[in-house]
Design a binder for this molecule. Structure first.
Ligand SMILES: Cc1cc2nc3c(=O)[nH]c(=O)nc-3n(C[C@H](O)[C@H](O)[C@H](O)COP(=O)(O)OP(=O)(O)OC[C@H]3O[C@@H](n4cnc5c(N)ncnc54)[C@H](O)[C@@H]3O)c2cc1C
Length: 382
């Protein structure tokens, strides 16, 4: 086995962007991926014998305000003009999310004008000044009616516990739009890659050897001996053999269904707010590519169920205990030589795609050119 400047563990966005930058700068790179495919959680493929491109780990919408990240990503794909809108079903009626003027007027049977919304919501807030939990916080922001209709059941399904047992700090704000604007993201740039996400990774990794089906942690010493620097994008607790305990992750279970119908729900993502509906969302992927002619008599839908599953990490739980553990792991990480940790699993952090691209460009720039961390990185949640 030859020596590499970098061995990158994981072919998700962090690993692939880092590898692409290293290769472009004349460095030798090897990418290891434990799954059978590249692309991490962004992986997409056409479903069976259809041309319906499905996102295997849940619907992914690309959005960013950063021109630099948009330009960089456009080196590897073109985007369609998809604009994300989210709808939610409550008691068999469909409303726009996040809550906007249309949602409020439809829910209360009113015709409020934008300048009347704030006073109306204020009259519903029940005067809670120091909310003790998530439920009280939500009621203090939007009132009990809207909370019970749109937040309560969905939160219980997502977190599998009573919102009164969740800290108020989980939500800092619940956006209520005083207009009818229903675009989910306000970012300047958004869309879905015309050919799906996987070709982005194929192009980023062009000319770079990639070994799939290889778990770096089965023999880390071997790979370390052949790398100037290891870039590790897997779970941080697993890297250290769970020495400080396991970090908590929420997960999702996705159930695919092919239907002999042209269109099942008329939109890409429909939330289900009520507790008596066991799933949280239904995805229908063909709506992400309206530019593409699809078979008229087939559609693919996915029921999404929330669950806690550390083996399939999706969203960090981030409890107080998790934060303590993370600190302990970060201490171990500081003492670990010749390893750069990055991405959502190694940093135990929710990253949107544009954010993880920004973070990888920044780290790569620093390591490769000794440049200051100048790339635009939008803050988490932005
Ligand atoms: C349900 C869901 C929906 C999302 N929707 C959006 C969205 O609409 N818009 C958006 O911008 N972002 C979205 N995201 C976020 C997006 O998925 C992440 O930003 C992105 O996947 C992070 O990339 P990453 O490289 O950090 O991690 P990953 O994509 O998880 O890549 C890490 C890779 O490392 C590999 N690996 C781990 N350990 C090892 C090992 N020991 N050996 C070898 N390989 C290893 C893994 O198999 C994986 O392929 C969503 C996330 C989820 C969970």
């Amino acid at each position: 086995m030859r020596q590499y400047d970098f061995i990158v563990v994981g072919s998700g966005l962090f690993g692939s962007v880092f590898a692409q930058q290293a290769h472009e700068n004349g460095k030798s790179v090897l990418v290891l991926e434990q799954r059978k495919h590249i692309g991490g959680n962004c992986y997409s493929e056409d479903f069976e014998d259809t041309n319906i491109n499905v996102h295997r780990y849940g619907t992914h919408i690309f959005h960013t305000n950063s021109e630099e990240i948009w330009r960089y990503t456009n080196r590897f794909t073109t985007f369609n003009r998809y604009q994300h809108r989210v709808l939610t079903t409550h008691k068999n009626r469909v409303y726009a999310m996040p809550i906007n003027l249309g949602t409020i007027n439809q829910f209360y049977g009113l015709n409020l004008k934008p300048f009347e919304v704030e006073d109306f919501i204020a009259s519903k807030r029940e005067g809670i000044s120091s909310p003790r939990n998530l439920e009280e916080k939500a009621i203090s922001l939007i009132g009990r009616d809207l909370y019970e209709a749109f937040i309560k059941g969905y939160t219980i399904k997502q977190w599998d516990c009573d919102p009164r047992d969740l800290p108020a700090a989980i939500i800092t704000r619940l956006p209520v739009r005083t207009s009818y604007h229903d675009s989910y993201y306000n970012d300047r740039f958004q869309g879905i890659p015309s050919g799906g996400y996987t070709p982005i990774f194929e192009r980023m990794l062009e000319g770079i050897p990639v070994e799939t089906g290889v778990d770096f942690l089965e023999d880390p010493g071997y790979w370390h001996r052949h790398a100037g620097l290891v870039v590790y994008t897997g779970p941080i607790d697993r890297y250290f053999g769970y020495a400080e305990g396991r970090l908590g992750w929420r997960s999702v279970k996705l159930e695919y269904q092919r239907l002999d119908l042209e269109d099942y729900q008329g939109t890409s993502v429909m939330n289900y707010a009520d507790l008596d509906v066991p799933f949280t969302r239904i995805h229908e992927f063909k709506h992400l590519h309206l530019e593409k002619p699809h078979t008229p008599d087939t559609t693919v839908i996915v029921h999404e169920y929330a669950c806690i599953d550390n083996e399939r990490p999706y969203y960090p739980v981030n409890s107080e205990e998790d934060r303590k553990r993370l600190k302990a792991y970060q201490e171990l990480q500081r003492r670990e030589g010749r390893v750069l940790f990055g991405g959502r699993l190694a940093e135990y952090k929710y990253y949107d795609m544009h954010q993880v691209i920004g973070a990888a460009l920044q780290k790569a720039r620093k390591v490769l050119r000794g440049k200051p961390e100048a790339a635009t990185v939008e803050s988490a949640g932005g």
